[in-house]
Design a protein around this ligand. Sequence first.
Ligand code: URA
Length: 186
Amino acid sequence: MQVSWDSLHQEIAACQKCGLCREIHHKVPGQGNPHARLMLIGEGPGADEDLQGLAFVGAAGQLLTKMLAAVRLTRDEVFICNVVKCRPPKNRTPLPEEAAACLPYLRAQFSLVRPKVILLLGSTAAKAVLGDHIRITKDRGTWVEKKGVWFMPTYHPAALLRDESKKRDAWHDFQAVQAKLKELEQ
Ligand code: URA
């Protein structure tokens, strides 16, 4: 799918490919720098995101903003989106068929942004993009390179809010992302 941002946003707005769109307030396509070098992919919108139509604006999003700032990145420099663009009821994990229905939109976003580095926030994003074999506790912090694009799975910021002991590893991962962006500049 090679589309423009406008037509992609129109398609997402009109999408009824799965049942998730039935109970939402807003679609949440994602936002940020349309030419970002770093793209971050989460699972799906939560309650705050659903109300505002923006990705990662709730508690997990605020932590994400702080972690980005710690490696000298602003939200305006990166592109942030989710595997599914509609909030799953009660924040449940998207079903495989819901993720599959939404995946063409993620692919289109990838083709438009053309990032060099992709940070996969949590198991749903890591599995949707790299495959079902990914285990976040085992695979986080390791790079996967495909056609010159560097992918890294890491913990979802909501997991860090639930379990502070994961923050040390996540901090390590964000520093690795900062180093990779620097390395790719050269
Ligand atoms: N969690 C996600 O995975 N995405 C958001 O946009 C917010 C919370």
